[in-house]
Ligand binder design. Structure first.
Ligand code: PBG
Length: 346
């Protein structure tokens, strides 16, 4: 049997990097579209409120009525969904974050209102104590330590309250051990077997969360989060975390932060069949904006390149404060392409 010779001349005459743009785009594993993007929203109490966040130019905390306008835009732009975070006033915070289980609290009210306004948009609701905790920690602090087992039932109850309000997926971002199983059983037991769990399975103790903590006024009042979030130098632990969360019933796995941890996204992608999401976090957003203001690059270009890199690494979904910006840029690109084709056909 004779093997056909490899036509080396073809490579010489058409080097890969000279391919036509249309061909290149179809081979790309970093393909972007609004349907892969999830937009985090910070809701606060009040009416017609919009409070800018200093370290995140272009982002604001908004009251529910304004959030409804924003989710309407998000739906028109074709985004996959939103990730909701509540801004809880200090007088409602206590060591056990009681407000997190209040059925008439800000979060359940926001979920109900947004779900009624745009039923098709996915709502991911944050499950963690930090927005409600007077200690600013994701778990209950007892004698200066985070008490994992005291925290678990509180998280489960919070998840049920959010499911009751209409969340599509609850998203535990707290990193307590065993939380996925406890939340899954609580949801099933309360009659919400269809509500999914997006686990922040691999969440590093990163410096990149600073602006988020400013937005929620939720910075830890004592200590830091290194006892429950992962060590940035460790990648093997990521595999343990995803195995545990998968076994306990997670529906999606999230890696966080994004760009500095794309090796982890790739690792999780290779070891799990579940959808993988990556969180392009507040500090990454702040970096893009600050560098653009300093004239280092154009925000729009660096943004699309960053998001494409996350898709290339294997992320199915990207949670990003730039979701709406990106969707608009992609839409402009798409219409330009269509106009060009039409002009040629004329
Ligand atoms: C805490 C939580 C954090 C973020 C989401 N949930 C910060 C933290 O762990 O202190 C960060 C998101 C971001 O920086 O954009 N439950």
């Amino acid at each position: 049997m004779s093997l056909l010779p490899i036509p080396a001349s073809r490579h010489e005459s058409s080097p890969l990097h000279h391919e036509r743009a249309s061909f290149r785009a179809r081979r790309s594993s970093g393909r972007l579209a609004p349907q892969y993007l999830i937009w985090p929203l910070f809701v606060q109490d009040g009416v017609d409120q919009m409070t800018p966040i200093a370290s995140m130019p272009g982002c604001a905390r908004v009251s529910i009525d304004r959030a409804i306008e924003q989710v309407a835009e998000a739906t028109c732009a074709g985004l996959a969904g939103i990730a909701l975070f509540p801004v809880v006033p200090d007088h409602l915070k206590d060591p056990r974050g009681r407000e997190s289980r209040n059925q008439d609290g800000l979060m359940p009210r926001a979920i109900r209102a947004l779900k009624a306004a745009v039923p098709d948009l996915l709502i991911l609701s944050d499950v963690a104590l930090d927005p409600y905790s007077s200690d600013g920690h994701d778990g209950v602090v007892i004698n200066g330590k985070i008490d994992n087992d005291t925290t678990l039932p509180l998280l489960a109850e919070m998840a049920v309250v959010q499911a009751q309000a209409g969340a599509d997926l609850v998203a535990p971002s707290d990193m307590m051990d065993g939380r996925i199983g406890v939340i899954r059983r609580a949801l099933d037991g309360a009659g919400y077997p269809h509500v999914g769990i997006c686990s922040y399975a691999v969440k590093y103790a990163a410096a990149f969360y600073g602006p988020f903590r400013e937005a929620l006024e939720s910075a830890p009042r004592i200590g830091d989060k290194r006892t429950y979030q992962m060590d940035p130098g460790n990648h093997r632990e990521a595999l343990r975390e995803i195995r545990l969360d998968e076994a306990e019933g997670a529906d999606w796995l999230m890696v966080k932060p994004g760009l500095p941890y794309l090796d982890i996204v790739r690792l999780v992608r290779a070891h799990s069949a579940l959808p993988v999401a990556v969180y392009h976090v507040s500090g990454e957003y702040a970096m893009l904006k600050a560098a653009a203001v300093a004239g280092a690059f154009r925000y729009e270009e660096a943004l699309l390149e960053s998001l494409a890199s996350m898709r290339r690494a294997g992320a199915d979904l990207i949670v990003t404060y730039s979701a709406l910006d990106a969707a608009r840029l992609l839409c402009v690109e798409e219409s330009r392409r269509k106009r060009e084709v039409e002009a040629r056909l004329r």
